[in-house]
Design a protein around this ligand. Structure first.
Ligand code: F0G
Length: 458
């Protein structure tokens, strides 16, 4: 058997036609959407790399599981299957299903975080940050400095800066309700966190008597990176590594729309029964009874099966390698990206590609719009639109990086789709000097990037 080509470890079972809007249709769509790619319709997009969240293809076993989904309101069989799989994976005893990750965050933060608190993490993703700020607390990003340097190559650029975490804990112990860590670090280029770093966080949390919560949406991809990059893990299975990661934390919030391989779903898991009881009370208020938590019984089946399949070595090897393949292709053509390539996405460094556009004119948004205009490829801005801080009297405080994320849905696109994306990226990069910026004409008070309206400056 040839060893060099890593094939998709699945066959296509059901197909979905891709729309092929022409240039004029794309131009009209951009105008209608006010240059916000969240405003596009599915049929206006050729290759959709907006997100890897809930967009993947489910397996025959997941669909089969949906047929045996039990819709009993209280005490559903599907809940007990889901609970068993999550307990076996995470080792946590209290398992609370939610409709997606941000619902788990909202509930946990409502119980644990208060006005004036500081919640450190490597980098909070948009919904975690917004849910913490909604509690009037501070979401503090403490990724190691190399994690903010796109071109710097290191195996675990998602690691927390442990010295900075110690300083925060020593200065603000009274005000730190828990420490978080996002695996992999989505806003920082999908970079993994090492087991050594997770152990370091655990030790500091023990020293300062603060709980440690993992944002574990992409736990399996992180486990694979540990297996192939960290000493001592080559012979361990992804499941053993994932279990060790969870064993270092006191709880986790998870969006099952990523490594749960499901289209919807999430959960919150902890060991502390008192915290769990308070969370379940809120769950009943906003999500549903604790044995379904905002999901249908069939969704619980799909997530349970997805959490098993995602740890398959052939799948993870293909997954990480196929994302890296896109990274290699565009990098070879001189397009600056976050290196090494992340687990679920290629992140183009718009600051390096479009140095003539200042942060308050949103270079990464300008690039994302251009990728759509050129080839119907939809990515997402992860820069000042998403994370900048609007000011009353002057330009936004800029985000640390200006990135366009091309997130690859799981088990969905083939190599030729990815070759096409590379061609589009390279085509746009060749005329980078001609691209100009944008200004905001309308925005919401939080998570503004989802709904804001923009206008081209030139
Ligand atoms: N944490 C991380 C690291 C995430 O990437 C996301 C979602 C969430 C929490 C929230 O989960 O969407 O199920 O409520 N990220 C998606 C993305 C939306 O495109 O990266 P959710």
């Amino acid at each position: 058997m040839p060893q060099n080509v890593i094939i998709e470890p699945f066959r296509v079972h059901t197909v979905e036609a891709i729309a092929m809007p022409d240039r004029e249709e794309r131009e009209n769509a951009l105008q209608r959407a006010n240059y916000n790619l969240f405003g596009l319709r599915a049929d206006e997009v050729i290759i959709d790399l907006l997100t890897d969240s809930g967009t993947g293809a489910m397996s025959t076993k997941q669909w089969a599981g949906m047929m045996v989904g039990d819709e009993t309101y209280a005490g559903s069989r599907s809940f007990f299957r889901f609970e068993g799989v999550v307990q076996d994976l995470t080792g946590f005893s209290e398992i609370i299903p939610t409709h997606q990750g941000r619902a788990a965050e909202k509930i946990l933060f409502s119980v644990l975080a208060h006005e004036g608190d500081v919640v450190p993490s490597n980098t909070h993703f948009d919904t975690t940050r917004a849910n913490i700020e909604y509690q009037q607390a501070e979401a503090r990003d403490l990724v190691r400095p190399e994690g903010l340097d796109p071109a710097f190559i290191a195996p675990f650029k998602g690691d927390i800066d442990l010295d900075a975490l110690r300083t925060t804990l020593a200065d603000d112990t009274q005000n730190v309700p828990f420490v978080m860590c996002t695996v992999t670090n989505n806003s920082g280029g999908g970079q993994p966190v090492s087991m050594a770093n997770l152990r370091g966080i655990r030790a500091l949390c023990d020293e300062f008597d603060v709980p440690f919560i993992l944002d574990a949406c992409r736990f399996a991809e992180n486990a694979w990176f540990i297996k192939i990059r960290e000493d001592g893990y080559a012979d361990k299975t992804p499941k053993e590594i994932a279990r060790e990661m969870f064993s270092l934390a006191d709880g986790c919030t998870v969006s099952a729309k990523k490594d749960g391989l499901a289209n919807i779903g999430g959960f919150l898991a902890v060991n502390d029964p008192e915290i769990a009881a308070q969370c379940r009370n809120l769950l009943i208020l906003t999500e549903g009874f604790p044995t379904y938590g905002g999901l249908a019984g069939y969704d619980l089946e799909a997530v349970a099966q997805g959490l098993i399949e995602v740890l398959d070595e052939n799948y993870l090897n293909y997954r990480i390698r196929s994302v890296e393949y896109l990274g290699e292709k565009v990098l070879a053509a001189g397009v600056p990206i976050v290196q090494p390539t992340g687990g679920h996405a290629v992140y183009i460094d718009a600051k390096a590609l479009l140095p003539h556009i200042p942060p308050h004119e949103y270079p990464a948004q300008a690039l994302a719009v251009e990728l759509y205009r050129e080839g119907g490829v939809r990515g997402v801005e992860i820069g000042t639109l998403m994370f900048g801080v609007p000011q009353d009297d002057g330009p936004d405080l800029p985000s640390a990086m200006e990135l366009v994320r091309l997130a690859i849905p799981r088990r969905m696109y083939t190599q030729s789709h990815i070759d096409y994306v590379a061609e589009v990226v390279i085509g746009v990069a060749e005329r980078a000097a001609d691209i100009s910026g944008y200004r905001i004409v309308e925005q919401a008070p939080w998570l503004r990037h989802f709904t804001m309206k923009l206008e081209p400056l030139a």
